[in-house]
Design a binder for this molecule. Sequence first.
Ligand code: PMV
Length: 323
Amino acid sequence: MSITARSTPNIALIKYWGNRNNDLRLPAADSLSMTLNSPYVDVTVEHAEVLRVHSTSKQLTSKDIERFAKHLELMKMYLVVDSIPNSLNIQIDSHIPSGIGLASSAAVFSAIAKAVAGLIDQNLTDEQVSILARLGSGSASRSILGGFVAMKNVSEGMDGAVAEQIADEKHWNLHDIVIIPSGDEKKVGSTEGHAGAWTSPHFATRLEAIQKYRQQECIDAILNKDFEKLQHISEEDALDMHHCMETQNPALKYLSEDTHHILAQVRELREREHVPVLFTMDAGPTVHLICTDEAKDTISGFAHSQKNCKVFEASVGPGAHCI
Ligand code: PMV
């Protein structure tokens, strides 16, 4: 028997950066994101005696295979039931164009988790499936659910952080217009980056801000569809994460001159035309412009007017599901 699950990336409004346990990918703080409706990845899993992973879009390295093997071992440790597969045959069919600034790991690991949950047929809750996903990539836990999703720290141990839906995808039709400056930036992946987070002198203050007010204010802004509040709090958090990244050891400078140039223009546009749009950036120079329906055409036009940039457009979406 084989099971196929489909999943998509998510874009964080309160960013996950740094772990309290790197092996178990237990985050140092809560985070919050919007699940996107595209682009998608299909993952098919079936029982096998030895792990085999095949991707239609990428030549997998031995480091990639090690990560899948570790994920499988952690899933087996968490799922102490008889039906756990000895090993898996994993087929990854990604429709995420490369170089569009949307990390595929959240989509891939959430699809694996959803497919494995289908394969073992134990009626796992979304919360449990989000734990399976988190063991492969922290942000993947949030793509298990649609709409607006928090990753919450709840306890110690493997099940110590879970995803929770704040509002579903029908609640607020927000869009993510992604601007990708051209030029391949050399980058350190987030798994390595998380491990250095505690070396930033600003990291403790960041954790305190998220715990004291940011996460809750972001939830409130979403529930009340208060775009201005959402803009204020999520931009504060994104810039704060990059400040921590740039001051950790070794320093991680993900934002480029192009990024800053685009941000200056977004601020100008906002001042001039009062457009409801907010910016956020993950571990790369790509700028995500989140906007409401009314601002979509203006923001799309703005994005396409950027020279030497690729543009990708998505909206809020439903989360991982078996197909
Ligand atoms: O799930 P990871 O290990 O790829 O980490 C994701 C980190 C950020 O994209 C920078 C922030 C986030 O919350 O998605």
